[in-house]
Design a binder for this molecule. Structure first.
Ligand code: FAD
Length: 286
C-alpha cells in the first residue's frame, strides 16, 4: 500500500524545524530514519497531514561522551552509536544492545532517538535508557524540557512527546566504576524483535562483592520493565553470586501476556533464564 497524501517539509535548521512543527501541531510527524514511520504510513495506521523530515539537521548527527553521559543526537543512526569507540569504552551496553536492533541495513538508516520516541515495548534502546535512568531532551518553539526515562515511555508506541516537539537528544548516563553490563535476548530469527530481552547492570564494591544489580526487559509489558535485583544477591562474592535467585525474583516481578508469538509462561521462563545468564556475563565484565 501507499501512504495517504501529506505535505512534505524539509527544514535546514533546528529553528526552522521547530517553527514548522509549531505550525502543524497535531497534524505533523517528524520523519527521521523512516524505518518505523514509513511502514506505519504505508499500512495507513497513521495519516499525518504533514511530514517534517529532519534528515538535513546535520548538527544533530552526533554521539558524544561528556559530563558522565553518552549524548546521542536526534540524527545519529543506530550504526553510528554501535560503532562509536568512545561510547563503547564509556558504556559498552549501548553496543551490546544495539547490535540486536533489526539488521545492518535498518541500523544504517534508523536513529536511536527515533527508536526511543517510537516507544515500541519490544525495542532495545527504550529498555537501555530505562535501565540507565537516562532521559530525552525535547525542544519546541517555546523552549526545551528534559524527560526522565521513567516518565518518557507512557504506553505501547506512546511516548511523552507532545505535538510541536522535536526530540533533540538522548542522554545515557555512564554507570559507576566497577560496573559490568550485558544484553541477551531470544528472537525467532536473528534481527527480529525479541520475544524477550534483558539488559543487566551489576556494580561491585571494593572487595568484589555485589553492591547493586538491576535489569530492564523488553516484550514483557506495555513499556520497558525495570527490576531491581539487588536484594537477591547483595553482598555476595562476584564469582559465587546466586544469579538463579535473581532470575527467579525478576520472573516473579514481571507481568507478561500471551500473544501470537509466545505464551506469558514462556516469556516468564525466559526472564528467569536470561536474567541469570546476562547477570553472570555482566559481573565478569565489572
Ligand atoms: C524489519 C524491521 C525490523 C526492526 N527490528 C527492530 C528491532 O529488533 N529492535 C528495534 O529496536 N527496532 C527495530 N526496528 C525499528 C528500527 O529500530 C527503527 O529505526 C526505529 O524504531 C525508529 O527510528 P527511525 O529513525 O527510523 O524513526 P522513524 O521511523 O522516522 O520515526 C518513528 C517515530 O518516531 C518519531 N520520531 C523519530 N525521530 C523523532 C524526533 N527526533 N523527534 C520527534 N519524533 C521523532 C516519528 O514521528 C515516528 O512517530 C525494526 C524496523 C524494521 C523495518
Amino acid at each position: 500500500m501507499k501512504p495517504p497524501a501529506f505535505t512534505y517539509h524539509r527544514p535546514a535548521t533546528v529553528a526552522d524545524a521547530l517553527t514548522v512543527l509549531a505550525e502543524v501541531g497535531r497534524d505533523g510527524k517528524v520523519l527521521a530514519g523512516g524505518q518505523s514511520l514509513v511502514p506505519v504510513l504505508n499500512m495507513r495506521l497513521a495519516a499525518p497531514g504533514h511530514l517534517v523530515d529532519v534528515n538535513r539537521l546535520g548538527d544533530l548527527a552526533y554521539v558524544r561522551c561528556e559530563s558522565g553521559a553518552v549524548r546521542v543526537g536526534a540524527l545519529a543512526r543506530h550504526a553510528a552509536v554501535e560503532r562509536d569507540a568512545a561510547a563503547y569504552a564509556a558504556l559498552p551496553l549501548l553496543r551490546q544492545a544495539t547490535v540486536h536492533v533489526a539488521h545492518p541495513a535498518i541500523r544504517n538508516r534508523g536513529t536511536t532517538v527515533g527508536s526511543l520516541v517510537h516507544a515500541d515495548p519490544a525495542a532495545e534502546l527504550p529498555a537501555v535508557l530505562t535501565l540507565l535512568s537516562g532521559s530525552v531532551v525535547l525542544a519546541s518553539a517555546s523552549g526545551r524540557r528534559t524527560v526522565p526515562a521513567a516518565e518518557f515511555f507512557v504506553g505501547p508506541l506512546e511516548s511523552a512527546l507532545r505535538p510541536g516537539e522535536l526530540a533533540v537528544e538522548a542522554l545515557f548516563p555512564v554507570p559507576p566504576p566497577h560496573t559490568g553490563t550485558a544484553w541477551l535476548e531470544v528472537s525467532r530469527r536473528r534481527g527480529d524483535y525479541a520475544v524477550c530481552g534483558v539488559g543487566v547492570l551489576v556494580t561491585l564494591d571494593a572487595s568484589r562483592r555485589i553492591a547493586a544489580a538491576r535489569a530492564a526487559y523488553v516484550s514483557v509489558g506495555p513499556t520497558p520493565v525495570a527490576v531491581d535485583l539487588t536484594e537477591a544477591v547483595a553482598g555476595q562474592p562476584a564469582d559465587a553470586a546466586d544469579w538463579t535467585a535473581a532470575g527467579a525474583l525478576a520472573a516473579a516481578r514481571v507481568r507478561p501476556e500471551d500473544d501470537i508469538h509466545a505464551t506469558a509462561g514462556y516469556r516468564r521462563q525466559l526472564v528467569a533464564v536470561l536474567t541469570a545468564r546476562a547477570a553472570a556475563s555482566a559481573v565478569s565484565r565489572a
